[in-house]
Design a protein around this ligand. Structure first.
Ligand SMILES: [Fe+2]
Ligand SMILES: [Fe+2]
Length: 441
């Protein structure tokens, strides 16, 4: 194999410039790697795609009923990243002579069982163990793809695979740290729903699924064996009731009307900024609600799930903007009652489409001058730069969300007015239930 121009020893009038060859992709040796055929690449990509989609679905499904606030935000973030990587693979596969794409097919039944088991994990600890085991195996397979394929011929794949494995390493580290945190917590307070032995037996099942599938990549020998479902023996049931950890108290307290305070001219902008931080932090109820729409609306085009997950993640970020706002002011936000009746009521009283209608109706209401722009102006008037920055980005995100609503909710109606009217009606229907909570104490 000739691996450089120097080795060629050909008389040339033109010396080879000392500039990285092959567009800086790789050296001549790597560029002559036998690599994989287009069909083999597609097969491999489809396995990654399947796991990214399943991981996205698994973590999304757990946002609502997971009590620990930090885990809600981590699941929101990681689910969104999985959706982005799945999207990148879909685009790449569509470039590889592959219509019909067959991206919705299950690449191997053992990978399906692996994911079903993780989805059905009965505790947060088991969920973290399972999900982040899949993440690290997926990461290993991505690395292996990168080392196997021809880096010049398959450069567009290498690019997305490098990016995915880079992010997965970070995701894996965060997941592992979260697991340690949860284990420390459960040692202290929560009851165990499974013994250590059970968890180990379950981890062996996960490993056996991987062996049966020939690894995530399918490049290893497939060790056929009897796989008996453990947690997925009982089908998964989504829990739509939002749960919160002990830092959230008096969650039915709907006594605060932030808008009344924000528009009242008697209050100073500095005080109003605290109400903005409260409004942002309270937004953790939006991921709790949106997760239910995503989970309970099957059969949509993939971009629906990607876009909705982006919005879900933005809303989790908005909550964290509020959290950071309080921290920046030296205030303990856990002293403030943070209401969760919005996600609770929507998730338990409305259909997924009705919930989407309410979300769109509310977000459309943020677009006029007295909506997000007003909040940003209040923050500016306060002279608190961090509040201004946060409201600036919050506003930009909400404009994006309004567009997402126009793409995925409005087309179900004859026109925008009809879509808004429906959202208004659904929202009123929910409001009428509030009295019942009051009567029930
Ligand atoms: Fe938001
Ligand atoms: Fe939003």
């Amino acid at each position: 194999m000739t691996t450089s121009y120097e080795e060629l020893n050909v008389e040339s009038n033109y010396p080879t410039p000392r500039i990285p060859p092959l567009a800086g992709l790789c050296d001549f040796e790597a560029a002559q790697r036998p690599g994989l055929s287009v069909a083999q690449c597609v097969e491999w990509h489809k396995r990654h795609h399947y796991l990214f989609c399943r991981l996205h679905g698994i973590l999304t499904a757990r946002v609502t009923a997971e009590p620990i606030y930090e885990l809600k935000t981590i699941f929101s973030h990681h689910a969104y990243l999985f959706a982005e990587h799945a999207t990148a693979i879909r685009t790449r596969v569509s470039e590889m002579r592959e219509p019909p794409l067959g991206l919705e097919e299950v690449p191997h039944s053992a990978l399906q069982l692996l994911c079903d088991e993780v989805l059905c994990a009965p505790t947060t600890e088991a969920l973290l163990v399972g999900a982040y085991t899949v993440v690290s195996e997926l990461c290993r397979s991505l690395e292996c793809y990168k080392e196997t394929t021809n880096p010049l011929a398959d450069a567009p794949s290498v690019r997305i695979v490098r990016f995915a494995s880079f992010e997965l390493r970070e995701i894996s580290n965060v997941g592992y740290d979260a697991l340690l945190g949860v284990r420390a917590l459960s040692g202290e307070r929560s009851p165990q729903h499974h013994s250590r032995d059970q968890l180990e037996e379950w981890q062996r099942l996960l490993q056996n699924c991987l062996l049966a599938a020939g690894g995530v990549s399918g490049q290893e020998t497939q060790q056929s064996q009897e796989l008996t479902p453990i947690f997925s023996a009982t089908p998964y049931e989504f829990d739509p009731v939002p749960k919160r950890d002990a830092r959230f108290h008096d969650s039915y307290n709907g006594g605060v009307n932030p808008e009344a305070f924000l528009y009242d001219e008697r209050f100073a902008p500095q005080d109003k900024v605290l109400m903005l931080f409260y409004k942002r932090l309270r937004e953790i109820d939006v991921p709790e609600m949106m997760a239910s729409i995503i989970h309970q609306t099957p059969g949509k085009p993939w971009k629906f799930y990607r876009d909705m997950s982006r919005q879900l993640w933005d809303e989790a970020r908005h909550a964290m903007l509020g959290e950071v706002g309080f921290v920046s002011q030296g205030l303990d936000w856990s002293k403030i009652p943070i209401n969760f009746t919005w996600s609770l009521n929507l998730n338990t009283q409305l259909t997924p489409q009705e919930r989407h209608a309410v979300l769109f109706f509310i977000e459309q209401g943020l677009m006029p001058r007295n909506g997000k722009r007003y909040e940003w102006e209040v923050a500016q008037a306060s002279g608190i730069p961090l509040a201004t920055l946060f409201q600036d980005f919050d506003w930009a995100d909400e404009v994006l969300h309004s567009q997402i609503g126009r793409e995925w909710y409005v087309p179900d109606f004859p026109n925008l007015t009809a879509a808004l009217d429906y959202g208004d009606r659904c929202w009123s229907k929910v409001m009428s239930h509030w009295r019942r909570y009051l009567e029930q104490g």
